[in-house]
Write a protein that binds this ligand. Structure first.
Ligand SMILES: Cc1cc2nc3c(=O)[nH]c(=O)nc-3n(C[C@H](O)[C@H](O)[C@H](O)COP(=O)(O)OP(=O)(O)OC[C@H]3O[C@@H](n4cnc5c(N)ncnc54)[C@H](O)[C@@H]3O)c2cc1C
Length: 512
């Protein structure tokens, strides 16, 4: 192994990856006086939450709205711990409507409050009020029990306390569809309810009921957007590391090796051949990538099975900079809009994730500039519109392996189809106002965020992958811990929650 000059530098913690998990944990540890070094292969911090600049616009890559950012909630508690709660604040999206679900015969805006939703949906679907009552009761109970789980939970945790986690025991293997079937819900009601967790990119047939309940239960308490921007959130956390004595951060620095010896991680090596010694290594990249960095042969067989998970769907993301158009006049506001070409979500996904790109793709969209914010997200007189449409990795990877031209053409065709649907269904004349456009595919996700197969949420969020045997922070190396979506659950606030619990475990200090 090559040792650079850096071999003399010694840290308490080396953090691989500046996604929200690495940044949150790195900031907490630095704030507690630990010597932290944090690395990121991209030139920007934030992982999927990074913000890129183009033509005067500031586009956040993949955080659309987040939860747990209200007074007394988990993200706020972390910010308080860091003394950042005055600097990094969030605004609540309209509690009367933050998600709008559109499909054939359906146009429904979801707000906070299960009682209110029960009343509204009960009125729209007479005869289903008892089923809806049972549905919301189940979602609420699962949500509460999930957030009561300690870090590193397993079947053993839950079996040892059956009266504390009854719903987790009962529903651990359920899909959302199984609950819909049991309650006999009609197609339109399924679309609305499943639409509440459409951001997880799984049809009800496959989506874990636990994941659905986690998302719906959390947004029910409040959907949030940063008062300034995600760039500001990520920079504030990174600065917390940079400002502490004995700490260091390195952007544009890929870690290419983690050296292990006698069951412990000893050092990390950068792409430039520098080596940094550390007492502990925290791994925020997708956990499977640790195999390449540490070497498969160093892992016990049983653990290799834990890392042998599949990846969930990817997306095409389209970022538009618009000039001289008032999106409010077209019915857009603070909400996310989920647009579905069919009522049956299972069919929608079959079409979208099949061999050919659909003519009328399913997508969601929102306009960050229509949300209350203090940052400059667009030049004067301009606005943003962001669309995200699920897709497979293979379709794009195959094209690129044949020809760069074929890949670029397909990427633009996919984007054009989504834009055409937005133009015909939501914003007539849209294309005449586009002044900037960026399109990301699964390959873009790999390039900028090292998301294998361009995955959005690491493994698919189905009961086979999200269960009480799921990979957690523990690795087979005593001082190397996983942090981030692949070893917890995805989502800005969830990853922060697990990072806070890991911080408490590592230091004995309290965040909550
Ligand atoms: C399309 C889409 C929409 C989403 N929408 C939302 C939403 O609205 N709300 C929400 O809460 N969540 C949303 N999410 C999920 C959320 O973005 C993620 O769950 C979360 O940001 C993951 O954080 P993380 O810390 O696990 O790491 P990541 O964001 O995956 O970051 C990992 C970082 O590690 C770096 N890295 C990897 N390997 C190395 C290496 N060898 N050396 C150095 N650096 C390395 C990567 O470059 C990356 O920056 C969305 C995700 C997607 C894809």
């Amino acid at each position: 192994m090559t040792l650079g000059n850096s071999a003399t530098e010694h840290y308490d913690y080396a953090v691989v990856g500046m996604g929200i998990g690495g940044l949150a944990l790195g900031a907490l540890l630095a704030n507690a006086g630990k010597r932290v070094i944090i690395f990121e292969q991209h030139y920007l911090p934030g992982g999927y939450g990074h913000t890129f600049a183009q033509g005067g616009f500031a586009f956040c890559a993949e955080l659309h709205y987040v939860w747990d950012c209200g007074p007394g909630e988990r993200v706020t508690k972390m910010l308080e711990k860091l003394g950042l709660d005055k600097e990094v604040t969030f605004r609540r999206l309209d509690p009367d409507g933050f998600d709008r679900i559109i499909g054939p015969g359906v146009d429904y805006t979801i707000g906070s409050g299960f009682d209110r939703e029960l009343e509204r949906l009960g009125g729209l679907f007479p005869g289903h009020e008892p089923g809806l009552r049972k549905y919301y009761g189940t979602i609420d109970a699962i949500h509460r029990q999930m957030y009561d789980l300690p870090i590193g939970f397993s079947w053993r945790t839950v079996l040892a306390h059956p009266s504390r986690y009854p719903h987790l025991l009962l529903y651990a293997t359920w899909t959302l569809e199984r609950l819909f079937d049991k309650l006999g819900f009609p197609a339109e009601l399924r679309l609305i309810l499943a639409g509440q967790s459409a951001i997880f990119f799984m049809p009800p047939r496959d989506l874990s009921l636990l994941v659905h309940a986690g998302g719906v239960g959390s947004y029910n308490q409040g959907a949030y957007y940063p008062s300034r921007s995600y760039r500001h959130v990520m920079r504030a956390l990174l600065n917390k590391v940079r400002e502490q004595p004995g700490c260091r951060s390195m952007l544009s620095t890929e870690i290419t090796g983690i050296h292990v010896e006698n069951g412990r991680a000893r050092s990390v090596t950068t792409i430039r051949g520098e080596t940094f010694n550390a007492d502990n290594v925290l791994f925020d990249a997708d956990a499977q990538l640790s195999l390449d960095l540490i070497g498969r042969r160093n892992f016990p067989k049983a653990f290799l099975r834990k890392l042998d998970y599949d990846y969930g769907p990817s997306v095409v993301s389209i970022y538009l900079g618009l000039r001289d158009i008032d999106l409010r006049r077209h019915g857009l506001g603070e909400q996310n809009i989920f647009w579905h070409p069919k009522v049956d979500l299972n069919e929608v996904y079959d079409d979208q994730l099949g061999d050919t790109f659909p003519d009328y793709p399913f997508f969601f969209c929102n306009s960050p500039t229509l949300r209350p914010h203090d940052a400059v997200l667009a030049p004067e007189g301009c606005s943003q519109l962001i669309m995200v449409a699920p897709c497979t990795y293979d379709s794009f990877a195959e094209l690129r392996s044949k020809s760069e031209d074929a890949y670029q053409t397909a990427k633009q065709q996919f984007a054009d189809r989504v834009i055409a649907v937005v133009e015909s269904e939501l914003v007539p004349g849209l294309s005449g106002h586009i002044v900037e456009q960026a399109v990301g595919t699964p390959l873009t996700n790999y390039f900028y965020v090292r998301a294998p197969k361009g995955n959005c949420y690491s493994s698919p969020l189905d009961p086979r992958h999200v269960n009480l045997r799921r990979l957690n922070y523990k690795s087979p190396f005593a001082n190397l811990h996983f942090v981030g979506a692949s070893s917890s659950l995805p989502g800005f606030a969830t990853v922060i929650h697990f990072a806070c619990m890991l911080y408490e475990k590592l230091t004995g200090d309290r965040v909550y």
